[in-house]
Design a protein around this ligand. Structure first.
Ligand code: NAP
Length: 251
């Protein structure tokens, strides 16, 4: 991303009403970006947009969008797109999903919000940005659960894995172009999404994650970024455990 050119400072954040997306709106506005904040509720988004305008003097727009329903986004209006939306369930595992109907309902919901909706935005943004001669950017929030599928959060992890796979294909397509696409594998974040969950390590603040995402978007050429960085090593160690040991672990 070029910091000097105004044309590269129009950012869309999908999932900006809370947590990482909301914090990212402030980080971007503070650095001179005009931001459009997207999610489902007008009231929550207005509060974010008003805060950004009042604090940083940057114009902020709102975009009402439900990833579970049909939506349209005009990506020609942006130079950077951050997809921070996502939803998980505290106990998304087979024992907790009682009936077939509910199973299908949950599967659809988790797939639409974590994969199908973000995938649609990703494809639209990539096809728009690949035609540009100026630098453009897409950042996508994933999770450490994606490289470490396990019995907890199995539907959530599957959907995020599908999203990562699509991002990797688009990164390949964007090779040698002005479009940079990054995956952020987040560890625990202190937000609504992790509320009430049993966490192995302390959660980081959304502000910490948002700043690190912004810094990476500006200066890192990594395609997959763990946040905080120590998760890369934890995942490596866990992946290298013999199945007889890993299979017994419950986390
Ligand atoms: N929190 C963690 O511990 C953690 C760990 C690993 C990865 N992550 C990932 O990090 C990202 C940010 O998470 P967070 O902690 O900031 O979560 P959060 O505070 O719960 O925020 C999630 C955002 O997604 C939006 N969203 C949910 N359903 C939506 C829908 N149907 N249509 C449009 N927007 C929708 C929410 O907006 P509305 O509900 O207002 O529409 C909200 O703005 C997510 O992709 C998550 O999977 C989080």
């Amino acid at each position: 991303l070029s910091q000097n050119s105004e044309i590269n400072k129009r950012a869309l954040i999908v999932g900006a009403s809370s947590g990482v997306g909301r914090a990212l709106a402030s980080v971007l506005a503070e650095r001179g970006f005009s931001v459009t904040v997207a999610a489902r509720e007008h009231r929550d988004l207005s509060a974010v947009a008003n805060h950004v305008s009042a604090t940083y003097g940057q114009h902020a727009k709102t975009l009402i969008l439900d990833l579970e329903s049909e939506f349209k986004i005009d990506c020609t209006l942006f130079d950077s797109v951050f997809i921070t939306a996502g939803v998980s369930l505290a106990q998304d595992d087979l024992d907790q999903i009682p009936t077939e109907d509910l199973q299908r309902h949950l599967l659809n919901k988790l797939t639409l919000i974590n994969y199908t909706g973000p995938a649609q935005i990703l494809l639209q943004a990539a096809s728009t940005f690949l035609g540009r001669t100026t630098p453009t950017y897409i950042g996508v929030c994933s999770t450490i659960a994606a490289p470490l599928p396990r019995s907890r959060n199995l539907l959530y992890a599957a959907a995020k894995n599908a999203l990562e796979s699509l991002v990797r294909s688009l990164q390949h397509k964007a090779f040698d172009s002005n479009l940079k696409i990054q995956i952020f594998r987040l560890g625990y974040v202190d937000s609504a999404l992790s509320y009430g969950q049993k966490l192995l390590f302390p959660a980081k603040s959304p502000e910490f994650i948002a700043k690190a995402m912004f810094d990476a978007s500006q200066s890192s050429c990594k395609r997959v970024i763990y946040l905080p960085g120590y998760w890369r090593y934890i995942v490596l160690i866990l992946k290298s455990l013999p199945w007889m040991i890993f299979g017994r672990m419950r986390f």
